[in-house]
Design a protein around this ligand. Structure first.
Ligand SMILES: [Fe+2]
Length: 217
C-alpha cells in the first residue's frame, strides 16, 4: 500500500518500536482497514489508517510496564488484569496520548482500546480496526483466511455502503465466534467483554432463530 506522505513520520516512529514481523502485520492491518473503510466509512480513511498504524504500539511493552499503565491510567476491571492478551490494547491509549498526541483523537483511542477483546457498543470505526486486525493479508490461520475471503467477497458484491456495513457486522460476529472457540479450545481466560460483544452483534442479526426466540418469550 502507498501511504500518503503525511503518514511517513508515523510509519518510521512505529517501525522503531516493534519487530519487523509486527511492523509487517501493522502495515497489513492498515491496508485491510483502509480497504474496509473504502466500502463502509469512506469519510474516515485517514483516521482509520492512523488507528491501524498505532493499534499494536504497546504490544512490545513487558507485562509489568503494561500492567502499571493499566492500573495507574485507566478504568479497569479484574478481567482486564487477568486477560494478558488485552493488556497491550488497554495500555495503548495512554502510550498514544503520551507519545503521539497529534493522533490521539477519540476515534483512534477507542478503536485501539477495543481492538483485542471488543466492546458491545463498538463504533463502526472501532469495528473496522477490530476486523482488519483479524483479516489482514499476513494472517495464515484457517479462520482468518475464511473471514478475509467472506468479508471481501461480500463487500465487493454489495450494492451500497448500508449493505457493506450489514456484512461487516456479520463478519465481526463470526470473528468473535472464532475467537471465543479458539480461546476455549486452548483453555485460556475468556474476557467477558468478548462474549458480551458477540451477543450484542448476534442480537442485531436478522436470523430466523432470533425471531423464534422472541416469539417464545
Ligand atoms: Fe494487531
Amino acid at each position: 500500500m502507498n501511504f500518503p506522505d503525511k503518514f511517513k513520520p508515523l510509519l518510521s516512529a512505529v517501525a522503531e518500536r516493534m519487530s519487523e514481523k509486527r511492523y509487517r502485520h501493522t502495515l497489513g492491518v492498515a491496508e485491510a482497514a483502509d480497504r474496509i473503510a473504502s466500502y463502509c466509512l469512506a469519510d474516515c480513511r485517514d483516521g482509520i489508517i492512523a488507528a491501524a498504524l498505532l493499534h499494536d504500539v504497546a504490544k512490545e511493552l513487558d507485562t509489568r510496564e503494561a500492567l502499571e499503565i493499566i492500573r495507574n491510567h485507566t478504568d479497569y476491571s479484574d478481567s482486564d488484569l487477568i486477560c494478558e492478551a488485552a493488556h497491550h490494547s488497554l495500555a495503548a491509549p495512554y502510550v498514544i496520548l503520551r507519545d503521539f498526541p497529534e493522533y490521539a483523537d477519540r476515534d483512534v483511542l477507542s478503536a485501539v482500546r477495543n481492538h483485542t477483546v471488543g466492546s458491545p457498543d463498538m463504533s463502526l470505526f472501532d469495528e473496522i480496526i477490530f476486523v482488519a486486525d483479524y483479516v489482514e493479508a499476513g494472517r495464515a490461520y484457517g479462520d482468518c483466511i475464511r473471514a478475509r475471503e467472506a468479508l471481501f467477497s461480500a463487500l465487493e458484491a454489495s450494492r451500497d455502503s448500508e449493505e457493506c456495513i450489514m456484512h461487516l457486522h456479520r463478519i465481526t460476529r463470526e470473528i468473535l465466534d472464532y475467537t471465543i472457540t479458539y480461546v476455549i479450545n486452548r483453555q485460556r481466560f475468556l474476557h467477558p467483554r468478548t462474549v458480551e460483544t458477540r451477543n450484542a452483534f448476534l442480537s442485531r442479526e436478522p436470523m430466523p432463530y432470533q425471531e423464534e426466540i422472541k416469539w417464545k418469550i
